[in-house]
Design a binder for this molecule. Sequence first.
Ligand SMILES: *[C@@H]1O[C@H](CO)[C@@H](O)[C@H](O)[C@H]1NC(C)=O
Ligand SMILES: *[C@@H]1O[C@H](CO)[C@@H](O)[C@H](O)[C@H]1NC(C)=O
Ligand SMILES: *[C@@H]1O[C@H](CO)[C@@H](O)[C@H](O)[C@H]1NC(C)=O
Ligand SMILES: *[C@@H]1O[C@H](CO)[C@@H](O)[C@H](O)[C@H]1NC(C)=O
Ligand SMILES: *[C@@H]1O[C@H](CO)[C@@H](O)[C@H](O)[C@H]1NC(C)=O
Ligand SMILES: *[C@@H]1O[C@H](CO)[C@@H](O)[C@H](O)[C@H]1NC(C)=O
Ligand SMILES: *[C@@H]1O[C@H](CO)[C@@H](O)[C@H](O)[C@H]1NC(C)=O
Ligand SMILES: *[C@@H]1O[C@H](CO)[C@@H](O)[C@H](O)[C@H]1NC(C)=O
Length: 862
Amino acid sequence: MTPCGNNFICVLGVLLCVCFRVFSSVTEQQRTVSLNGKWGLSSSDGSLSLTAQVPGCVHSALQQQGYIQDPYFRFNDVSYQWIALDNWTYTTVFAVSAQLRARQKVLLVFDGVDTVASVWLNGITVGKTDNMFRRYDFSVRDLLRDGDNVLNVSLLSPVLYASEQRKAHSAYRVPPECPPDVQKGECHVNFIRKEQSSFSWDWGPSFPTMGLWKDVRLEAFDILQLVQISSVPLYNYSRSQWTVQVELLVDAVETTTGQITLSIPELDSDQTFQTEFLSGKTKNIFILNINTVLDTVHGVQVLMKCILQVYFRTVELVQEPVVGSPGLSFYFRINGKPVFLKGSNWIPAHSFQDQLLCLSFLNSAVDANMNALRVWGGGVYEQDLFYSICDELGIMVWQDFMFACATYPTEDRFIQTVREEVVQQVRRLKSHPSIIIWSGNNENEAALATDWFNIPAPQKSTYIKDYVTLYVNNIRKIVQEEDQSRPFLVSSPTNGAESEQEGWVAANPYDPHYGDTHFYSYILDCWDWRTFPRTRFASEYGFQSWPSFSTLQPVSVNEDWSYNSNFSSHRQHHEAGNQEMLLQAAFHFHLPNSTEPLKRFTDTLYITQVMQAQCVKTQTEFYQRSRSEIIEGKGRTMGALYWQLNDIWQAPSWSSVEFGGKWKMLHYFAQSFFSAVLPVGFEDNNTLLIYAVSDLNQDLKLRVTVYSWADLDPVCTLKSDLILVPGGSAVPIFKEPVATLLVGCGRCTRLTCLLTFHLEDPSSVQQGPTNHHFLCSPKEAQGLQRPNITVSFSILDYTVTLHSASVAPFVWLDVGNIPGRFSSNGFLMVSRNMTVSFNAWRPTSVAELSKYLTITSLRDVY
Ligand SMILES: *[C@@H]1O[C@H](CO)[C@@H](O)[C@H](O)[C@H]1NC(C)=O
Ligand SMILES: *[C@@H]1O[C@H](CO)[C@@H](O)[C@H](O)[C@H]1NC(C)=O
Ligand SMILES: *[C@@H]1O[C@H](CO)[C@@H](O)[C@H](O)[C@H]1NC(C)=O
Ligand SMILES: *[C@@H]1O[C@H](CO)[C@@H](O)[C@H](O)[C@H]1NC(C)=O
Ligand SMILES: *[C@@H]1O[C@H](CO)[C@@H](O)[C@H](O)[C@H]1NC(C)=O
Ligand SMILES: *[C@@H]1O[C@H](CO)[C@@H](O)[C@H](O)[C@H]1NC(C)=O
Ligand SMILES: *[C@@H]1O[C@H](CO)[C@@H](O)[C@H](O)[C@H]1NC(C)=O
Ligand SMILES: *[C@@H]1O[C@H](CO)[C@@H](O)[C@H](O)[C@H]1NC(C)=O
């Protein structure tokens, strides 16, 4: 795989070599002793005492040792509430060598403590922690002794801590106090620097984790150690010149002189700096001018040599006047080219981060033609590997800071811990070219502007002041000092530059003329594109669906398998969500009504996925075709990031990928609606319009085929002229009143016919996917029959050939829990035969596939 996947992100990826020398006679490298592994864990009164894996958390330890069942099973989120109401202590005993203790400095390092703890070494408190997103280190050299050393970490209940912090903040409310009852969560999560969704969310359970969630170790050294190294390429537009800014975070026992050589052989760039590392932990910045060669100095001790990958790319967030429209543009220009961001939003992929084994979701994002993900602000700053994979795959990351849907306190103690969190996270992540923007929070500007929390008008200024203190005067300021290579946005949604003009909280942060928007409506008909705001950038929008039966089955029992069961209500954390899905589905589809209860349940799961896929398709295609137009002063949409890519557990949600990685119908649809070349059809005043949307620059023509619902033979075909579709644009390629089209086609009415269409190059080779347009709701379609689809398998290549007796909408192939995906799924079948392949993610066989394969199409559920 070439670095950067596609060329949107990087111009070039090269290796940077950093040689690190100090003038000293000490030769030995630093020593690291890992303290990961088996620790002891006990509850506050000692009634539970077990072994626990570090890194890990209390819930995982209890489950692994058989004290509790799978926390995701049925109603266990409620049954296991007691875990996070207790205090827990992790203990380990270790020996250290005399050589290690002879070092000038020994640090006890925690890469992540979740969350509020005091740390004891050999009976002495060495420090406290209060922020899951920080790395902590404690100087412990003089506390270490011969033989056994006893280390314990006493964790305070995060629920209790949050509530105590709330009580201490008596001057005024910091809402929301508690999540809605339907979420069955805990209160005051905004008072603790911890994954905000761990106290429950509208798609996730309440599991307020506690533990040592990242590595623990001792680091011993003399003179100094390199704590962290990062690099960002900076481009000077007026000089047309690149520099690479390299930052070394160094911990020096005492002030020491040294020498740093930066070199990029591939670019003939090499520079040496004499420097002084001040005593203590300091940041040291060096700038390498590209194409400058300097002599290296010889004869000193080389202490360290690091090789870093540097990727050169520029990113600008363009907010400038738009011809024919009030307001400002809002789009990303990467390496000088405007780029339409296609993708979705990322949430934590597991309640227990230590149980998260793989990040295959990122491949699924790329397979669905996404080029961007937003790491949402109610979760965690993801692990390094996440961003490295994004770098490699060419996924651009919109990175939120971890604040969401709330107001936050601004006491000094809170601000100080946030400041350290922000500094550390920016330094850790800024070398990743995949990150194209930092964003201060999720929806907190909108929450104040549109008064989510019923704040009395006279008090509003207090909250706005706190908002500006936290996100502007602290977070924004730090980010701008730490990273000049990418833009910072205070919130999402926001009016961006316009919000700043209005004092950082705009009157209407959802204004489509500025910045980004989030938009949700479940009761308006999603097939009507007029429902959607013609925004500059859609960073959140979506519809719920249920995951498939094979995903629910392991965490449920027979009595749960109906849409009205307690289980189905329990897993739905969005008020009235289950009813809303059926309401939306019923606009266009017959609801499942099988007399067989299990079939009726699985058919209902299916119809929610059909509804979701079709709704998000309509909305995304509206944004895709709005990229080049201004209509009634609105448009030039340059991003579509739907809510949400992944799931945290097995429950209904807005995701397109289920917990465990199985693709919902929406994810297959995304593969089409995000493809580089796409025809989009819609109606305006009973006129059918089709736009050609393309990221390439090419001559295209359109071919439309009209079918009758009752018959597999086409009724007629139509063609457009060849037109030039410039790269990155959407242009109308076909326009005809529906009545004229139907008359021209002979025996068709809105109720009897439907159309498919695709784009072709000048030599009539199809470009992009085949799309379709229904002239009526499928529930009104005349002539739609049960297609009685049969299958045959090819043993050679895992292909499945379907044979249909009639037109079949939303054909869904399901192989249960066999991991993998089909080449196409949820499709409209308008041919007698169709072949799809199964891309298995573990070895399987035709026998296994055929045993589990089920096929459902729209007419099979009623
Ligand atoms: C947890 O520790 C806090 C602070 O020491 C204490 O107030 C609380 O009672 C403890 N909880 C339990 C269940 O022991
Ligand atoms: C943790 O260490 C301190 C000091 O040695 C001790 O007082 C305390 O009992 C320990 N806690 C547990 C649960 O082992
Ligand atoms: C770019 O280079 C010019 C000319 O040397 C200098 O004045 C300017 O400050 C530089 N810009 C940045 C952002 O460093
Ligand atoms: C469902 O929940 C209700 C209310 O909590 C309870 O009365 C009922 O027994 C539950 N039904 C089943 C089948 O568990
Ligand atoms: C549809 O009708 C509206 C209002 O009459 C008009 O503004 C709009 O241009 C029409 N659209 C098309 C595609 O003709
Ligand atoms: C599918 O099978 C049913 C039941 O045998 C039959 O009534 C129906 O006509 C078949 N559908 C088609 C399209 O042949
Ligand atoms: C469809 O498949 C059947 C069975 O494999 C075959 O007999 C038939 O010729 C195929 N029809 C077309 C149009 O390819
Ligand atoms: C299910 O709904 C369809 C469409 O409304 C109807 O024709 C059919 O009779 C219903 N079946 C049952 C078993 O109620």
